[in-house]
Write a protein that binds this ligand. Structure first.
Ligand SMILES: Nc1ncnc2c1ncn2[C@@H]1O[C@H](COP(=O)(O)OP(=O)(O)OP(=O)(O)O)[C@@H](O)[C@H]1O
Length: 465
């Protein structure tokens, strides 16, 4: 059996039978199948529903014609059927104008008759490889888009009418339609991701995807290749080219969550992407142009972000063209009532129950609570209450408000009691303790528990924390 060909399907369209035979002989070692046709419509019918790697298309069909009008018209039709199609035009000798026109209309390359065999094979091979890499990028892009669905709850509207939230709403409305990069600051659970989604949804890029990279959830050593991509062989496990999230977000918005976790040594690399609008995958030697708008978020305080031991200031200035700061819930208690009503209604629908009534005392307690986990914690508290509610109005005791545990010294945390052996309960307790210990700072609690942020969120959901 002969060597397997590298490419699948080549289509050659020419009204000259000799040319068809020559092309078939020349290209048969490169393609598993070669379809030849004497007229373009014959070729279209022969490959209907299939995807050709390359179409070699003659420019002149009408006898004696040299202006290529017919070939160019067929080029348009073929590209209308499949805009990704790779067409190599066969032009008459010295038909430079035709070649230029064909390229302008979307042909990938051209060969002129009489051709040199070597040149023809090289041109067709390059064109077929281009098709393959375009397809690989499309598949990779779809994969990356598919795995970056919004986090649970991230698609809810931004509730809150306090003066602080009114400022946030107004900043979103003004910044969204511009191309400005936006930095969203706020403690964990204050709604930074919702703000990022609102910015994208109201932007000119709304029809393109918004890709999220949670820099707090990716192992540090993987951040480089996740963000910037890599080429095959760049490191031991790089078995194939892989585009990074930056390239996958091309045309859309890139949401860099927990930007404060971007290692210092990668910060100049991101700066270069933003300044030069191009990305160089790990191990590649040529940069790829990218068009992205960046929204970044962090739970670091503005002071920490402005400390160049944590964050490069030149990068900060690129990221924070507009800065939106989300105040913690304890500084906008007037928003609690609206949030409580929103989540009561939301979870009553979700669990198909009547929304429980809250006593005046319960409402007052919820408003007075300090909510170290901010809106996320309030949301979980309401969800739990809706699930557990009986017929009586809910009282303050029905919510796990307990005594507020401020950020405590690590040694003050009690080790789990060894007499408890129920794994689920032990897990819940550990997660809860770690959250309290770190003042509901998700990144720090996750690090302490040896979990990724995403894994910690899943456990918080599971245990209603
Ligand atoms: N203003 C708000 N209105 C409605 N829901 C909110 C609001 N703020 C936060 N939430 C809810 O709280 C949860 C946390 O929000 P989000 O993930 O946007 O916070 P975050 O600041 O990005 O948190 P983290 O820093 O921990 O990633 C989500 O379930 C979201 O629906």
């Amino acid at each position: 059996m002969g060597k397997t060909a590298e490419f699948d399907l080549c289509v050659v369209v020419d009204d000259d039978e000799d040319i068809l035979t020559a092309a078939r002989l020349l290209l048969r070692s490169q393609f598993t199948e070669i379809v030849t046709a004497r007229a373009p419509d014959e070729a279209i019918a022969a490959i209907a529903g299939r995807s050709a790697d390359v179409v070699l298309l003659d420019a002149n069909f009408a006898r004696g014609a040299t202006d290529a009008a017919e070939g160019l018209a067929w080029l348009d039709r073929l590209l209308a059927i499949d805009p990704e199609l790779i067409v190599v035009m066969i032009t008459a000798h010295a038909g430079v104008n035709v070649a230029v026109e064909a390229m302008k209309r979307g042909a990938t390359d051209f060969v002129s008759k009489p051709w040199s065999n070597e040149r023809l094979v090289a041109t067709v091979r390059t064109a077929a490889s281009l098709r393959r890499s375009r397809r690989a990028v499309a598949v990779e892009k779809a994969r990356v888009v598919a795995i970056t669905d919004p986090a649970p709850g991230a698609n809810t509207p931004l509730i809150g009418r306090s003066a602080a939230m009114a400022r946030v709403h107004s900043l979103i409305a003004r910044a969204a339609p511009t191309e400005a990069n936006v930095l969203v600051l706020g403690e964990n659970g204050t709604g930074k991701e919702i703000v990022a989604r609102a910015l994208h949804a109201q932007s000119l890029r709304a029809r393109q995807p918004m890709l999220t990279v949670d820099l707090g959830a990716i192992a540090t050593e993987l951040i480089d290749s996740e963000l910037f991509g890599h080429v095959k062989g760049a490191f031991t496990d790089a078995r194939a080219d892989r585009i990074g999230r930056i390239q996958a977000a091309d045309g859309g918005t890139l949401f860099l969550d927990e930007i404060g976790n971007l290692p210092l040594h990668l910060q100049p690399k991101l700066l270069t992407v933003l300044e030069q609008r191009q990305v160089t995958p790990v191990g590649a030697n040529r940069p790829i142009p990218v068009d992205i708008r960046v929204i970044a978020a962090t739970n670091m305080t503005p002071q920490t972000m402005r400390d160049d031991r944590h964050f490069r200031q030149d990068l900060l200035f690129r990221l924070n063209t507009v800065e939106i700061e989300l105040p913690p819930l304890r500084d906008r208690r007037e928003d609690v009532a609206a949030l409580v009503d929103h989540f009561l209604d939301h979870y009553a629908r979700r669990y198909n129950r009547r929304a429980p009534v809250l006593s005046t005392g319960a409402r007052a307690a919820l408003s007075a609570h300090d909510w170290p986990g901010n809106v996320r914690a309030l949301r979980h508290a309401i969800e739990r209450a809706v699930i557990l509610a009986g017929d009586a109005p809910l009282e303050a005791e029905d919510f796990p408000l307990g005594t507020v545990t401020p950020r405590v010294a690590p040694e003050a945390v009690v080790a789990p009691v060894a007499t408890e052996f129920n794994l689920e309960r032990v897990e819940r307790r550990l997660v809860e303790e770690a959250l309290k210990k770190h003042g509901y700072n998700i990144s720090m609690a996750a690090t302490e528990l040896g979990l990724s942020r995403a894994a910690l969120y899943r456990r918080m959901e599971k245990h209603g924390l």
